[in-house]
Write a protein that binds this ligand. Structure first.
Ligand code: HSE
Length: 312
């Protein structure tokens, strides 16, 4: 295989009750990346369309994670050239850097004949994620590499668990067109939380995971809560409170900040419910004239996908 095109999906990290450890993979929004074997050694970022990002390998999430991978693969006498069509806006909260960081390592691993495990790919992709967010969190990367919904029990030991996906679960995303850098959004999170909040958050996290195994939508609804991060971050997001009210009134199972924001997500039972949640939120946003994009997605069980490959 000499050249490969991959779909690099967006993701929702945290899912309210699992800061830095829960994530789900989206299906309806993502970048496309082409990676080719070339005679020039190392990693070259040939082009990025869609958004203005650095083409310097060591400043780009896709480049940094690819470098981490080839540094572990000895005796390689050729290199890789990367072209990215970015559809996920950087600073959107739906895993733009994770899409780039994991797309390149997934594609190169395929071109090399899959010498690396999924856990190793997460480890390389984390280096790319770090360049953008200044922190090692694997909650966006893991669902792209493992597919579906994942729990990162430990990102150093790379103990990553695939969770079950309730069959009727849909995700809605509202993305107000403002940029919120993950590093800024992380800097305002309260580092000292009261033990009662820790108890509440862990009870919800446990219940949420149990609801996935039991396919219990009522339990899921009771447990998608964030009493720790959302109170700090929601202040930065226009219309957060009013949209949350609308989503819950229209039978969303839960509503919260997607990753570090400004995108907001809701989980819904069935497509009808997802459509009604989006329609009512759009109505509110159109009234107050805020630019936004919206998506409805099933949970993407596969994660990163090969779209096309070429063997000379
Ligand atoms: N868990 C990370 C955060 C995700 O909330 O900062 C960033 O997309």
């Amino acid at each position: 295989m000499n050249s490969i095109d991959v779909f690099c999906p967006g993701s929702v990290a945290n899912i309210s009750c699992g800061f830095d450890i829960l994530g789900l993979c989206l299906d309806s929004v993502g970048d496309t990346m082409r990676v080719k074997k070339v005679s020039k050694k190392g990693i070259t970022i040939k082009s990025i369309s869609g958004y203005n990002l650095s083409l310097k390998t060591n400043e780009n999430a896709a480049g940094v994670s690819a470098l981490a991978l080839i540094n572990q693969y000895k005796n390689i006498d050729y290199g890789f050239e990367i072209e990215i069509i970015k559809k996920i806006k950087p600073g959107s909260g739906i895993g733009s850097s994770a899409a780039s960081a994991s797309g390149s390592v997934f594609a190169i691993n395929e071109l090399l004949g899959k010498p690396f495990s999924k856990n190793e790919l997460v480890k390389f992709a984390l280096e790319g994620e770090y360049i953008c967010s200044k922190s090692y969190h694997a909650d966006n990367i893991s669902p792209l590499i493992f597919g579906g919904i994942t729990l990162v029990r430990d990102h150093k030991e790379l103990d990553i668990i695939n969770l079950p996906i309730p069959s009727e679960l849909y995700v809605t995303i509202i993305h107000p067109q403002i940029e919120l850098k993950t590093s800024d959004s992380r800097s305002i999170v309260d580092r000292n939380i009261h033990i009662s909040k820790m108890t509440e958050q862990s009870a919800n996290l446990g219940a949420f995971i149990s609801s996935l195994y039991k396919e219990d939508y009522e339990l899921l609804k009771r447990s998608i809560k964030d009493v720790v991060i959302e109170p700090c971050r929601s202040k930065l997001i226009p219309e957060f409170k009013s949209l949350k009210k609308i989503a819950l009134k229209n039978n969303a199972l839960g509503f919260g900040i997607s990753g570090s924001g400004p995108s907001m997500f809701s989980l819904c039972k069935g497509i009808k419910s997802a459509n009604s949640v989006i329609k009512n939120m759009e109505y509110q946003l159109d009234k107050i004239d805020i630019n936004y994009k919206c998506y409805i997605s099933k949970i993407n069980k596969e994660g990163l996908k090969i779209l096309w490959c070429f063997t000379a």
